[in-house]
Design a protein around this ligand. Structure first.
Ligand code: NAI
Length: 425
């Protein structure tokens, strides 16, 4: 049985102190979560609820867990990726009243899933996922818990895809909010968050410049748009690969080169996959690449770059730098893989994930979704649900107020005009 992180670390006191400092720094820049914390402390909306979470356990996520506990919940949390946990933060979180953290960095598959089971052992009444691992494990292994589950919330595109597939198969037996799809999450977190943090993580891990490089961005969805825009802003030449004609056209009209991967493979210096799909960069592409290229993935799972094929081609493999593994080909070319092909903005040794302000928005949405499930859960049947617009707007309004940004409101005449079909020319 997996024990909480505090029972597994050698110097727990020091880890807690370091993790707490990271959390305090994040909290200073999270006005939305701060405002919700005040509300939750006063109203105790989660009294009696047990919240199971599987997320990237670092400082911002820890603040989300903490404010849910402050609202009266018993929270049990683990990671949603074996390389994205910060052990010190996990330990600090485990010390928060009402929270148990099982997350630990670098665990193998068996320990990873054992920690998910440990969270499920708390018999959650609400689940908060990033990638759907909790929902999947509960449905597959512990269906007897479903009757007492009020609902869930899912953070990322891949998790929402999986949930919608499950829903279409008639297999999803409780309501889950698609947090990823709501504007306050997707238009900021996926675009700006992934763009900024992926580039920052790659630059810091390699100590290399973007200027003058050719950066191949696979997938021109929300994340890809952010990565392409920020790379272009750092003076890189951007090449986009796509499979969806309108997205390919958007990238073309934005001024990027659009190429099939087979051609892009010959040109790129850096490759960043953001598709949420598998086998995006495969053997034929490795064979065409130049010496010294960087291969990074920003999609949810480590299946976008075919590392098995790359291993088979390699005559040698070695650690080129912390977080960079060089695969040497028979002809001497070195292809450098970052973070074992896992989320590059979260899984390199120096990775910090998205900027704090961005996660304040995403987690603000998560927190109001959990509140909505507790208050109005019976209004939502089993299946995937859009985040109600009023909740998305509530989070935007808190943020605008915190930023000191004032904006206009519709006049009565304007509101009536916008709602009417009778006014023409
Ligand atoms: P999206 O659905 O908006 O975009 C994905 C794009 O990839 C689509 O335009 C699709 O046509 C394209 N695509 C699919 N297969 C392809 C292929 N073989 N070659 C080229 N393009 C292909 O999804 P979004 O929101 O951009 O998310 C992408 C991935 O990033 C997901 O796995 C999501 O969970 C993950 N994600 C990662 C974050 C991070 O922190 N690194 C943050 C948010 C999302």
């Amino acid at each position: 049985m997996t024990a909480p992180i505090s029972e597994r670390l050698e110097d727990v006191a020091q880890a807690r102190e370091s993790g707490r400092r990271k959390m305090d720094w994040a909290a200073q820049h999270m006005p939305i979560c701060d405002s919700l914390r005040e509300e939750f402390e006063a109203d105790q909306p989660f009294e009696g609820e047990r919240i199971g979470m599987a997320m990237h356990v670092e400082a911002k996520t820890a603040i989300l867990a903490e404010i849910l506990a402050a609202g009266g919940a018993e929270v049990a949390i683990t990671g949603c990726n074996p390389l994205s946990t910060h052990d010190d933060v996990s330990a600090a979180l485990d010390a928060v009243e009402g929270v148990t953290s099982y997350a630990e960095r670098g665990v193998d598959d068996e320990a990873y899933y054992a920690a998910i089971e440990a969270v499920i052992g708390h018999e959650p009444t609400i689940t908060v996922d990033d990638g759907m691992d909790l929902v999947a494990a509960i449905h597959e292994e512990y269906p007897e818990l479903i009757d007492s589950i009020v609902g869930g919330a899912e953070e990322t595109t891949t998790g929402v895809h999986r949930l919608r597939a499950m829903d279409e198969d008639g297999q999803l037996d409780y309501p889950v909010f698609a947090v990823n799809d709501t504007p306050m999450k997707r238009l900021f977190d996926n675009v700006h968050g992934t763009g900024e943090s992926s580039l920052a993580s790659i630059a810091m891990t390699t100590n290399l410049s973007w200027a003058g490089k050719t950066v191949v961005v696979a997938g021109y969805g929300h994340c890809g748009k952010g990565v392409a825009k920020k790379a272009s802003g750092q003076n890189a030449d951007v090449v986009v690969t796509e499979v969806e004609p309108r997205r390919a056209l958007e990238a073309h009209m934005e001024g990027y080169d659009v190429l099939p991967m087979a051609d892009a493979a010959k040109e790129g210096d850096v490759f960043i996959t953001t598709t949420g799909n598998r086998d995006v960069i495969v053997e034929e592409h490795f064979e065409a690449m130049q010496d010294g290229v960087l291969l990074a993935n920003a999609g949810h799972f480590d299946v976008e770059v075919d590392l098995d094929a790359l291993s088979d081609l390699a005559v040698d493999r070695y650690e080129a730098r912390d977080g960079v593994e060089a695969y040497e080909m028979a002809d001497g070319r070195r292809l450098n893989v970052l973070a074992e092909g896992r989320l590059v903005n979260l899984a390199t040794p120096i990775a910090l994930g998205h900027p704090v302000e961005v996660m304040d928005q995403s987690f603000g949405v998560q927190a109001v979704c959990v509140r909505e499930m507790v208050e109005n859960g019976e209004a939502y049947g089993p299946g995937v649900h859009d985040v109600p617009d009023r909740l998305d707007k509530e989070v935007a309004e808190i943020k605008l107020e915190a930023e000191g940004v004032e904006f206009d409101a519709l006049t009565e005449t304007q509101a009536e005009y916008m709602d009417s079909w009778q006014h023409g020319t």
